[in-house]
Ligand binder design. Structure first.
Ligand code: T1G
Length: 698
């Protein structure tokens, strides 16, 4: 265990260095050591000012989330008490910040009189992403430093602020390219000889005046920032707490903030969102891939195919700083693909999220070609061509002949057998699946499909490069649809029968949006294009009464102005009486007596089968752990984060209740999708949890 706080002296300046790897989380033992060190320097007549710095890769990056809901979280000295001590310190205190001063780390820094930072440092209050709000004064101090409008945006979004903006906004007092601690000591010495006592953040009111004078404008901003937070409690409490900073005396606003924090930290939503925080990190721990399986260096990536997926995948790598050689079969297809990429970046420039200069830099990182030989210098090549095994065979046989030894060959297939594809090469150990989700430059989920022969360091490389480009990698085994799409199939298996038996598309979609999904299955189908499923069904010799009928009428969804819904304005779904008549007609043809379906029945016949399929996936070892399945769904399909993912939610729903209802529908319909998996039945009977089940991915 490293010494949590060391005191060094530079003349009359004390430097307190905190050291709690890996991210200097403000655990109880660190808080206690800091309290002791502060008392030591407070009493030391020879100390004129104090610098608080951190060892390792970052300044304090938050309270220790693992302590929440345990006695340690509230054991004195609490973070709040430490911040009051700092704020009342007679000697100037200076926080020297590098890395990520997030959450309680930034709150600690705001308890200091001054803040100086390394030019690469980042600042933020991301508690809202954990279903919380800043609980150590952040909602009352940040508005005093950067103004309530910017504070509201930062706290409700949880997004980081860079050092340059932090300096401009008044969050920090100085930024340095290097020599952070030395500069901080000089800054502290200057403050100590300024001849006037340092002003605590709590006493700085100048930036609140304008908003206090126009609360209506502030409330309008609140309404705007809360638009996207439907169903979640934390964003609302964040906004209310910032408003309290305007309307209440400091200490009263602090008490209100604490009350909100206690309410949220005990709530199910925060427990679900904290579950997802750790689940995302746990997903990088893969049996058989150890610390000595070092990732290979990926300096250049090749992408085969410049269509929707190939283009989005290429943008992902370039956005992560890795140059891409993108290959198409013809100059015309290549030009079209690069044109789409250019237009996508143009949209970002139009939105102000990218400068023209940055766009030009990124476009310069693409090299287009129609010659496979140009991929010979790539360290990783991702295939994103037509989902047909014959085409994959031709591509991988060619790649195997030109790719340099040690290059990794990845397929972006969304359900084909990766082991089959690996057999088309002489290097199956270097082959795996990297399944991106459309739009690939936006969606965070990356399913890493581990073939039976994929080498451990190839998996380690895919995880590392996936994180480097801002994706959330999850390692999955080989089966039809891997984890996400296989469970999506189970969730949508009854889509047709629900309509034939009496539900309407709008009713089912409303059950989903009330649950917290961004949209329901029918609106999603219209968005993706109904013709995709139609083509797949025809290739498999399957039919879908309503889906096929819609496609035969050319109703492919939003892109044709109508599908399950009408789209008069091109975007907003409007129920169509013609579709309702079609559904009634198809039901009559099948002798189905239509009836009213309840919301409960719709959940039982869509989300319960999805959980059941997740249990089968866990049983077969296709997913390593249930929290990986939650990570897939929260990052690839919009599963509401306030419910923690399908498996986390299922345990709160009650596994015994789910098994009982699956048995009911299995008895009524005889459909396999309802037949409870042995694992699910066993856990339901024993009161066990999915978390007890861990399997190496096949
Ligand atoms: N508490 C406990 N463990 C943490 C942690 C934290 N705050 N942050 C990270 N870890 C663990 C993480 O689980 C992983 O563990 C390891 O550290 C490396 O993390 C009172 C209430 C700082 C940007 O939300 O955003 O303060 O897997 O893989 O990619 O108002 O960690 O190695 O066993 O993410 O370099 C607010 C959360 C807390 C910041 C570094 N703070 N952390 O990213 O490493 S609540 C946050 C991050 C709070 C106050 C409130 C990132 C990072 P393991 P990593 P990274």
């Amino acid at each position: 265990m490293t010494e949590p706080v060391t005191i060094t002296r530079d003349g009359d300046i004390a430097v307190l260095t905190l050291d709690n790897p890996p991210v200097n989380a403000m655990s109880f033992h660190l808080r206690a050591a800091l309290a002791t060190a502060l008392e030591t320097v407070r009493q030391d007549e020879g100390i004129a000012a104090v610098v608080i710095a951190c060892a390792g890769r970052t300044f304090v990056s938050g309270a220790d989330i693992t302590e929440f809901n345990t006695p340690k979280a509230v054991a004195s000295p609490t973070l709040r008490e430490l911040i009051v001590t700092l704020e009342n310190f007679a000697k100037p205190t200076v926080a020297a910040i590098h890395g990520t001063a997030f959450g309680g780390g930034l709150e600690l820094a705001m308890g200091c009189h001054f803040r100086v930072a390394d030019s690469r440092a980042q600042f933020g209050l991301p508690e809202v992403k954990l279903g919380l709000l800043p609980g150590a004064g952040g909602t009352v101090r940040l508005p005093r430093l950067i103004g309530p409008q910017k504070a509201l945006a930062a706290i409700v979004s949880g997004n980081p602020i860079g050092a340059k903006a932090a300096l401009a906004d008044g969050l920090v007092d100085a930024v340095y390219e290097d020599g952070l601690v030395e500069h901080a000591v000089a800054f502290a010495r200057k403050a100590a000889t300024a001849g006037k006592p340092p002003v605590a953040v709590r006493d700085r009111e100048e930036k609140l005046a304008a908003a206090r004078a126009d609360l209506a404008a502030f409330d309008a901003q609140v309404a705007d920032v809360l638009k996207k937070s439907k169903g979640l409690d934390a964003p609302k409490r964040c906004a209310e707490a910032v408003r309290n900073a305007l309307t209440m005396p400091f200490d009263e606003a602090l008490v209100a903030e604490r009350r909100f924090f206690v309410e949220l930290v005990e709530g199910d939503q925060s427990k679900a969102q904290r579950h997802l925080f750790f689940a995302e990190r746990e997903a990088n721990k893969v049996p058989g891939v150890g610390k000595d399986d070092r990732p290979r260096r990926i300096a250049r990536v090749g992408v085969v195919g410049a269509g929707t997926m190939g283009g989005g995948i290429s943008m992902s790598f370039v956005n992560g700083g890795i140059p891409v050689t993108i290959l198409e079969m013809s100059e015309e297809a290549l030009k079209r693909g690069l044109g789409v990429i250019d237009r996508n970046y143009g949209i970002s420039v139009g939105r102000g999220s990218l400068t023209e200069e940055a766009k030009a830099k990124r476009m310069a990182m693409f090299k287009g070609t129609t010659d496979y030989a140009d991929l010979a210098d790539c360290d990783l090549i991702v295939e994103a061509v037509f989902e047909e095994m014959g085409v994959k065979k031709q591509v991988f046989e060619t790649l195997d002949g030109i790719a340099r030894p040690g290059a990794i060959l990845a397929t972006n297939t969304s359900y084909l057998d990766v082991n089959e594809i690996a057999k088309f090469t002489s290097r199956p150990a270097d082959v795996l699946g990297m399944h991106f989700f459309s739009p690939a430059n936006v969606m965070k989920l990356l399913e890493i499909v581990r073939g039976s022969k994929t080498a451990p360091d190839v998996i380690a490389t895919a995880i590392a490069v996936g994180r480097q480009i801002g994706k959330v990698p999850v390692v999955v085994g080989v089966c039809h649809g891997f984890v996400g799409n296989r469970m999506l199939g189970a969730r949508n298996a009854e889509s047709e029968d629900l309509l034939l038996e009496g539900a309407t598309p709008a009713q089912v979609d409303k059950v989903f949006t009330d649950f917290g999904w961004p949209m329901g299955p029918y609106q999603m189908g219209d968005l993706a294009g109904l013709d995709i499923g139609w083509r797949t069904r025809k290739s498999l010799g399957r039919t879908a009464a309503i889906g096929d009928a819609l496609c035969e009428q050319g109703r492919f969804g939003q892109k044709t102005g109508k599908g399950y819904y009408l789209y008069p304005d091109g975007r907003t779904p409007v129920p169509d009486p013609e579709v309702q008549a079609l559904i009634v007609e198809k039901a009559r043809e099948r002798g189905i007596d239509r009836r009213d379906l309840s919301a409960t029945e719709i959940v039982e016949r869509t989300m319960y089968p999805m959980v059941n399929e997740g249990a089968k996936i866990l049983e077969e070892g296709i997913a390593i752990r249930s929290s990986d399945i939650d990570t897939v769904w929260a990052n690839g399909y919009g599963f509401p984060v306030g419910k923690g993912g399908p498996m986390f939610w299922a345990e709160r729903e009650g596994l015994a209740k789910i098994v009982e209802r699956l048995d009911h529908w299995y008895g009524r319909t005889g459909k396999e999708v309802y037949n409870p998996s042995p694992l699910l039945r066993r856990l339901a009977a024993s009161g066990g949890s999915f978390a007890d089940v861990r399997k190496a991915a096949a």
